[in-house]
Design a protein around this ligand. Structure first.
Ligand SMILES: NC(=O)c1ccc[n+]([C@@H]2O[C@H](COP(=O)([O-])OP(=O)(O)OC[C@H]3O[C@@H](n4cnc5c(N)ncnc54)[C@H](OP(=O)(O)O)[C@@H]3O)[C@@H](O)[C@H]2O)c1
Length: 296
């Protein structure tokens, strides 16, 4: 299969590039600011280039693993959030559909208000922040494409990655360096091992799935408990971390507090994302210099 992979330099995109490449697919991947050998430069903000690249590459599948993922940054610029996390991915989705290509992208647990998780795919959404509203609008736009579009909602993605910037890398580096690190006690979510999110994506594509699917790990954990698990696996002192309620953190974007996602639909499709302890142990094994991932 010929795949246009937008955001191949990112966390999930990097795993997808490995998987698709290893599976014998032809991958044309893109980056925006972090140059990676073999990837092409593509900036979502350059709207004219989006239809052009779809026309030039003539893919059978377009995957957008790109977006503006800095949730607090989104809060200060709703127009840019809507553009980068909804309008421009939708432009790519429509360009793909016009050529008969399938389309896959990612949404988030931040489309729910977190009043009473875990949530199923069909439960009502009520995003609390700008990023979540843009993703909810993306989901609505994709629904119009019917069976041509697949959207995976994921959460708190961690695991080995080239850029080494996910929550676990940040925690381990800062605590090892004796720097302050604060985590909320009351934000419950479903941490998701990145390589498994990519594998779930490929499995759903192979099954011909469409619509919204939850693709998260099986555990519903507070960020504090997740941090404590990281400390246990990486042999760090958990008391080096400052644990605070969300109300004391002054984050720019409001967060859903009980936002775990129900993955029954994914499990019924025979797809499993590993739990946190197993994922952290895999990260510890994988994040070594020779792996191509940032070492930890
Ligand atoms: N990580 C999570 O916990 C999580 C949770 C829920 C949903 N998601 C969604 O999953 C998707 C992938 O997330 P991720 O964690 O893999 O993100 P990531 O590591 O931050 O990677 C984002 C990717 O998007 C690219 N990108 C950023 N701005 C761009 C722009 N203006 N034009 C073109 N490309 C641009 C980045 O390129 P450069 O790095 O080269 O700049 C990178 O390849 C996103 O849609 C995100 O919203 C992630």
């Amino acid at each position: 299969m010929r795949v246009l992979l937008v955001g191949a330099s990112g966390q999930i995109g990097g795993h997808l590039a490995r998987l698709f490449g290893g599976g014998g697919h032809e991958v044309i991947g893109t980056y925006a600011t972090v140059e990676v050998a073999g990837l092409r430069l593509l900036d979502l903000d350059d709207a004219a280039s989006l239809e052009a690249i779809v026309a030039e590459v003539a893919p059978e599948l377009v995957v957008v693993a790109a977006g503006w993922t800095w949730v607090d940054g989104n809060e200060a610029d709703p127009a840019a959030s809507q553009r980068r996390n909804c309008d421009l991915p939708l432009l790519l989705a429509r360009a793909a559909a016009a050529q008969g290509a399938r389309f896959v992208t990612y949404s988030t647990d931040y489309v729910v208000d977190g009043a009473a998780g875990p949530y199923r795919e069909e439960d009502p959404r009520a995003p609390l922040n700008v990023y979540g509203r843009a993703k909810a609008a993306l989901e609505d736009g994709l629904a119009e494409l019917g069976s041509a579009a697949l959207c995976l909602r994921t959460s708190t993605v961690y695991g080995p990655e080239r850029q080494g910037k996910n929550f676990v890398y940040q925690l381990v580096r800062r605590v090892r360096a004796g720097q302050p690190f604060r985590v909320p006690t009351d934000q419950v979510a479903s941490p998701s091992y990145g390589p498994d999110v990519a594998a779930a994506t490929l499995a759903l594509i192979e099954q011909g799935a469409s619509g919204i699917w939850h693709a998260t790990g099986p555990d519903a954990l507070s960020r504090e408990d997740f941090a404590r698990e990281v400390c246990a696996v990486f042999e760090l002192d958990p008391s080096a971390i400052e644990y605070l309620p969300t109300s004391a953190l002054a984050q720019d974007a409001a967060r859903p507090l009980s936002a775990a996602l129900d993955t029954s639909k994914l499990k019924a499709a025979g797809i499993v994302i590993r739990g946190v302890r197993e994922g952290l142990e895999a990260l510890q094994r994988e994040a070594v210099a020779e792996s191509g991932y940032a070492a930890l």
